[in-house]
Design a protein around this ligand. Structure first.
Ligand code: EPS
Length: 385
């Protein structure tokens, strides 16, 4: 399973194409739109989200609510396009009123212009914009439906916004309904209030805030991914997928970087035999992955997001035309998009996991996957628990 997106932040539409989707996966309009709406929510978002009401128009690969095996394609309209059609027109001469020549430190603006030769950073920032992640979430909805059919669920929460954190929590400590009801995706209401206050403070100061998100995958069988070749390693593939989300600066599996400070006996998870379950672990420091493969425990992916580079009290930069020292460009933007990034990370993780199921159990039809999965479960129960 592979996916691509197209579309600019203020262009007409975003497009997502997911290829290699097995036939027979049930999908509803709600499957797409629920996650698109979840991505739009979040304390700290800017004025743009009041304009957009993201919904997926499925135009290929699904018939009667079931995937056919053809690439699944959907579009998401940018309502804001109406205000930008003169700037973002495909043909004719684009209006120059919103040209950007003051590249923002921390954004793709400068290196993107150097790379492509663009003289207006708008050519770069329109695509480097996190608006593109709406299309990824639509692609992720396809992956989540496949995962749902094989008994796997994906959820997320926010562990930190700026200086405010719950500290690391186990999935059992995080109530999924409370997370969904929270506009900062934090189930601890006291900490959530502090997170909102931190965002308010940042807004007043013309600042922006980053944070830490966690994605948990429950129900994955052991043995997804691989140990034999670098490209098969599931932890590497998850890290690449989550790191590809704009502004993500680090990705950890399980205890991640904290493991480096501890002796082995505090890091590795004792193997136990649980009657009726088979092999299990007494703890889950590994975050469900050992040797590049799932081990049957909950897969835990933690990612850190840097603060958004668009600052209302801007840093200094250099004008790309005159080379004069000036303030970086200011665009309407978000103060904090950490809760949205958590939903995007769910999509990225789901796409990697769904692909891992297809690689191991077949990619043509869900029925074939379910048969192969059930044979696999029987074999590992017989041979190694
Ligand atoms: C973004 C800037 C803001 C965000 C946008 C990402 O958009 P605008 O410049 O139109 O105010 O709201 O995020 C989205 C539109 C979205 O759907 O997430 C940026 O520069 O990355």
């Amino acid at each position: 399973m592979d996916h691509h997106t197209a579309g600019e932040s203020h262009g007409r539409e975003l497009v997502a194409i997911v290829s290699g989707v097995p036939a027979g996966v049930r999908l509803t309009q709600e499957d797409f739109d629920r996650d698109l709406a979840r991505r739009q929510v979040g304390y700290g978002r800017g004025g743009r989200m009041a304009i957009e009401a993201d919904t997926a128009l499925v135009i290929a690969g699904v018939r009667g609510g079931v995937t056919t095996g053809a690439p699944v394609c959907c579009t998401i309209a940018n309502r804001d396009w109406e205000n930008w059609s003169d700037v973002m027109c495909a043909f004719g001469t684009p209006a120059t009123g919103r040209a950007v020549t003051a590249p923002r430190p921390g954004h793709a603006d400068l290196a993107g212009c150097q790379k492509t030769g663009a003289t207006d950073a708008r050519d770069v920032l329109e695509r480097a914009s996190a608006r593109e992640t709406a299309a990824r979430v639509a692609a992720g909805a396809v992956a989540k439906s496949l995962l749902n059919a094989v008994g796997v669920s994906v959820r997320s929460w926010v562990e930190r916004i700026g200086p405010v954190t719950t500290g690391p929590l186990s999935p059992a400590q995080v109530d999924a309904d409370d997370v969904e009801a929270s506009d900062v995706r934090c189930s601890d209401e006291e900490v959530a209030a502090q997170m909102r206050a931190a965002i308010d403070g940042a807004r007043e100061a013309g600042e922006s805030l980053g944070g830490v998100i966690v994605v948990a995958v429950e129900g994955a069988v052991p043995g997804l991914g691989g140990y034999a070749s670098a490209g098969d390693r599931l932890d590497a593939r998850l890290a690449a997928a989550v790191m590809s989300i704009p502004a993500i600066k680090s990705v950890e599996i399980g205890d991640g970087a904290a493991s480096a400070a501890l002796p082995g006996s505090k890091v590795h998870d004792p193997i136990v035999w649980a009657e009726g379950v088979g092999f299990a672990r007494a703890s889950n420091h590994a975050g469900g992955i050992e040797g590049g493969m799932t081990n049957g425990e909950i897969v835990l992916v933690r990612a850190a997001m840097k603060p958004i580079p668009t600052l209302m009290v801007p840093l200094r930069t250099v004008d790309m035309e005159t080379h004069a020292a000036i303030d970086a460009s200011r665009e309407r933007s978000d103060v904090c998009a950490v809760p949205a990034a958590a939903v995007v990370a769910e999509a990225e993780v789901a796409l990697v996991l769904a692909d891992a199921y297809c690689r191991k159990f077949g990619a043509d039809s869900l029925g074939d996957i379910l048969e192969a999965l059930s044979a696999y479960r029987r074999r590992i129960a017989r041979e190694v628990g």
